[in-house]
Design a protein around this ligand. Structure first.
Ligand code: ADP
Length: 547
């Protein structure tokens, strides 16, 4: 019965009615408020804990601490492991398939019984649906008058582990690329400084009085060689950048592989023989069957790169270049008797900036780019590249190219390497050199002196348009494309509006974009990449004026 005390607090009393001997009744009220409150708060907290248990985002399993039988399981674990409530209840934990490996028998269950707290991290278990997941398993023993229980909390950490693995991988990759970057910078610095040293050092020596003509020639030769070496490095870097950014173009045409091999043989033979070595070649296909459709520049680059490496890494014996015709493809090889490559490095050398022996890098010049470029080229052409090598014995590099040949009846051969020119045929030109760089302007002017009657100079696009308008008898414009105020493409476009006959040659220096297309689209007749070599310049001019 409910009453209220003087403070308006609710009182709950139990009424006991006692019968006296004289048959009178006596009401006895027992104060039970406190007891009732405790009981109610116990019920409330049980409801609260029940709600927590049911809505927990971790799996919870309650076991009888004596028998290991499952007394309760929350909905999250039912969902996670894919068993029904009935399949859990009254089963011993080791009878549930997912826990078989963890607690395979009663003996193992002792561990949970004996220790107040047990924790297993990264536990792989298989759900009833057959999914592999990783969990964190924590058990606690709770003793009570009613029943001693073990509460097991099971947390699904599969997604967290995947993210952790990805983070570890990303960290390792970042460290690796950091190392590569450092190695690359160290290497680049060395590779660029060495030829620069040659160029600047010998250029300053050329200033010395009393040099003999032979000494002068020797120094000039070194400067040229150093410049070529530096250009090779820059070309390699540009090439790798193009490959990585997907800007590498492929130009498929017909190419004769026997001819390519002959050309490389002629070109490298003197260098190889100078080292006291032999250069052998093998061309099993007859000339007319040796045509394939491929990107001839890339094929040539791969072959020359492998031969150059063979020369670089061999001191004696022989180098052999050849191919074998297989079913549907041609397998090229370059074999040397050089220093060889350790088995453990044979895969890595095809990666960017990687050299087989980093500690040895001072001994051989190179940025570790040649093979990665070759690999990218081979793959662009639809083939594979690999190496077989033994340290101290030698290496054989192989690569394949699809063989897509229809028999050539008329062996019309284009000589790719014909740079022969006849400078005398073009002369007496009126030229405008457009370049904001004084040295480039001077260099071009010197190269053009012998074929020009007059050379005019402009420093930007505006000046070029003006000069051309005022000199309608101009025959040739050497147009730098990158200039302040107005670039060469725009200047060409505007010149073409009033002069369609003047020959305009674009000269570019970045090599990153499709310069040729841009130049043609602007109205240039031809396109040249800096550094401009006199022979090439003359050949292009002759082509524009005579052919
Ligand atoms: P690099 O500019 O260093 O020569 P490459 O990419 O062409 O770069 O070659 C990578 C590395 O592979 C070289 O540094 C060298 O250690 C190794 N290598 C390449 N070709 C040969 C070869 N023919 N014999 C021995 N080692 C070679």
């Amino acid at each position: 019965m409910k009453f209220q005390d003087k403070n308006n607090e609710e009182l709950i009393r139990e009424l006991n009615i006692l019968q006296h001997e004289n048959n009178s009744l006596k009401n006895l009220y027992n104060e039970i408020s406190r007891l009732k409150k405790v009981e109610m708060s116990l019920i409330a907290s049980e409801i609260r804990y029940r709600r927590l248990f049911e809505s927990a985002k971790d799996g919870i399993l309650i076991l009888d601490a004596e028998t290991g039988k499952i007394v309760d399981v929350n909905p999250f674990l039912i969902d996670l492991l894919g068993y029904t409530h009935e399949e859990f209840i009254e089963k011993a934990i080791w009878e549930i398939g997912s826990f078989k490996d963890l607690i395979s028998n009663q003996h193992k269950f002792l561990e949970l019984q004996k220790n107040n707290y047990v924790r297993y991290d990264n536990l792989p278990i298989i759900t009833n649906h057959g999914h592999k997941i990783q969990v964190e398993f924590v058990s606690n023993v709770y003793l009570s008058d009613k029943q001693n229980v073990i509460q097991c909390n099971i947390r699904d950490i599969t997604a967290r582990k995947v993210i952790e693995q990805e983070l570890i991988k990303a960290k390792e990759q970042a460290e690796q690329s950091d190392k590569l970057k450092s190695a690359f910078l160290a290497n680049m610095s060395h590779e660029i400084r060495t030829p620069m040293n040659g160029i600047l050092g010998f250029a300053s020596l050329l200033n010395q009085p009393n040099l003999t003509a032979t000494e002068q020639q020797e120094y000039i030769h070194i400067i040229e060689e150093s410049g070529t070496r530096m250009l090779n490095i820059i070309n390699d870097i540009v090439c790798i950048s193009k490959i990585e950014s997907g800007l590498m173009e492929v130009n498929i045409s017909e190419s004769n592989i026997n001819e390519k091999i002959d050309y490389i043989h002629t070109f490298f033979k003197p260098e190889i023989e100078n080292k006291g070595m032999q250069f052998l070649i093998k061309k099993p296909l007859p000339f007319r069957e040796a045509f394939i459709r491929t990107d001839r520049e890339k094929l040539f680059a791969i072959l020359t790169n492998l031969v150059k490496n063979a020369i670089k890494y061999s001191e004696e014996g022989s180098i052999e270049l050849g191919y074998e015709k297989k079913e549907g493809y041609v397998e090229f090889y370059v074999k040397d008797s050089g220093i060889g490559i350790d088995k453990s490095r044979q895969k890595a050398i095809f990666e960017r900036f990687v050299q087989a022996d980093i500690s040895d890098k001072r001994a051989y010049q190179g940025a570790g780019l040649g093979l990665s470029i070759s690999k990218a080229y081979v793959e662009i052409l639809g083939g594979k590249i690999w190496v077989e090598s033994e340290k101290g014995i030698g290496s054989t590099f192989y690569f394949t190219i699809p063989y897509t040949n229809e028999l050539k009846e008329t062996a019309a051969i284009t000589n790719d390497n014909d740079n022969s020119i006849n400078e005398k045929q073009v002369s007496n030109l009126k030229v405008i050199v457009v370049d904001d760089d004084n040295i480039s302007d001077l260099l071009l002017s010197l190269m053009l002196t012998e074929i020009s009657r007059e050379i005019l100079h402009a420093k930007n696009g505006f000046e070029a348009i003006e000069l051309c308008r005022n000199n309608p008898d101009t025959d040739l414009i050497l147009m730098d494309v990158k200039m302040p105020k107005m670039n060469g493409y725009e200047a060409t476009r505007q010149i073409r509006q009033f002069n369609t006959s003047v020959v305009i040659l674009a000269q570019t220096a970045d090599g990153m974009i499709s310069d040729k297309d841009k130049a043609t689209e602007a109205g240039c007749n031809e396109h040249l990449s800096k550094p401009i070599i006199k022979n090439e310049l003359m050949s292009v001019i002759q082509h524009c004026f005579i052919l």
